[in-house]
Write a protein that binds this ligand. Structure first.
Ligand code: ADP
Ligand code: MG
Length: 346
């Protein structure tokens, strides 16, 4: 099911939680809404679910305006971080619940509900736990049951709001891979909310980066990582260093020194240069480079992260250099970013 979010604005009182948000979610894709806490991810998900309504704009399921459909008619599967299972029901009954509460002809016969619930537990690799109660499960197992319950109704759209947020890092990683496999075998249209960039980049077909109630960028994981379209996305996703620079006739200058970076097409004036610490090359010719003094350095697994003071110690940037580089405190290093962006100062 394609889902189209069209010029949606959502206000709580007079606080705008979403400003003019538009998004096309394609049938069968796994899309991640990624952004810091408070950026509007849950609000957008609740609007898609029909648990709340837009102040302005509309949401379409296929060609149909979803505002004319009830929550039941939208046939949505949910998994929320704290959407607890029913404590007094066994795992099997939890999974069958959505089918059991259906009305009239839409409700499958009891043995069919049980069969479907068993098949789903098998599918989420929890066979043998049918008779347990939620408090007899680990956190990761509970979220798998929650997913099985969401899938039981054969949802047109699956909505997951930080489903692994409360689990420890190792379990999160496992469930993330597992969810990707589940998605590939069921092919549901899935919207996954997270504030964890690693989770979003690893899991999603496309990532929607949100900030302060707006969509900053939509793209494949590689696109948002390699070609962030704004300072916000650059700072939020991955490691980044930035320097205040100026642009003059397509050349980038830092403290009146040309950096040898060709910025044809960028407007003249003050700007910010962004680059990733690992996307740099150390150069011999300090005349056309960024030059800094090592202020701090720390060894990570395969490389050395170095903090450099540049421009007479006014600015600090981080770069990554080979472990065998002889730099120590106070060493002078000249480098040039290999991949970078400039954005006009705001
Ligand atoms: P996220 O899920 O990205 O952390 P939310 O969508 O929950 O963000 O919230 C976005 C903004 O809207 C926040 O500033 C939050 O305080 C506000 N907000 C969310 N729900 C309500 C509500 N029911 N009433 C008032 N403000 C709300
Ligand atoms: Mg949220």
């Amino acid at each position: 099911m394609d889902v189209t979010v069209k010029n949606v604005r959502k206000e709580f009182g007079d606080f705008p939680a979403l400003h003019d948000v538009s998004l096309d979610i394609r049938s069968g894709e796994l899309i991640a809404l990624l952004g810091p806490s408070g950026s509007g991810k849950t609000t957008l998900l609740r609007l898609i679910a029909g648990l709340d309504f837009p102040t302005e704009g509309a949401i379409y399921f296929g060609e149909d305006d979803a505002s004319l459909k009830s929550v039941q008619e939208r046939n949505i599967g949910f998994v929320f971080q704290h959407y607890a299972l029913f404590r007094h029901m066994t795992v099997l009954d939890n999974v069958g619940f959505g089918l059991k509460v259906r009305k009239g002809r839409n409700r499958p016969a009891k043995p069919d509900i049980e069969k479907r619930a068993r098949d789903l537990l098998e599918f989420v690799q929890l066979r043998g736990l049918e008779k347990r109660y939620p408090n007899q499960l680990s956190g990761g197992q509970r979220q798998r049951v929650a997913l099985a319950r969401a899938l039981a109704i054969e949802p047109k759209v699956l909505l997951l709001d930080e489903p692994f947020g409360a689990l420890d890092a190792q379990v999160r990683k496992e469930l993330r891979r597992w969810l990707r496999e589940v998605h590939e075998s069921t092919g549901h249209t899935t919207v996954f909310v997270t504030h964890d960039q690693e989770e979003a980049l690893e899991l999603a077909d496309r990532v929607v980066v949100m900030s302060q109630g707006r969509i900053e960028q939509v793209g494949k994981p590689d696109e948002v990582y390699d070609r962030p379209n704004s300072p916000t996305v650059f700072s939020f996703i991955g490691e980044s260093s930035k320097l205040p620079v100026s642009i003059n006739r397509g050349q980038v200058y830092f403290a009146d020194r040309p950096l040898g970076l060709d910025a044809q097409g960028s407007a003249d004036g003050e700007a910010e240069l962004f680059f990733r610490p690992h996307d740099i090359e150390i150069v011999e010719d300090a005349g056309v480079a960024i030059v800094g003094i090592v202020a701090a350095s720390r060894r990570t697994a395969g490389t050395r992260q170095v903090e450099l003071e540049v421009g007479g110690a006014k600015e600090r940037v981080e770069i990554e250099i080979p472990v065998d580089h002889p730099a120590t405190a106070q060493t002078r290093i000249a480098f040039r970013p290999k991949r970078w962006s400039v954005f006009p100062s705001r």
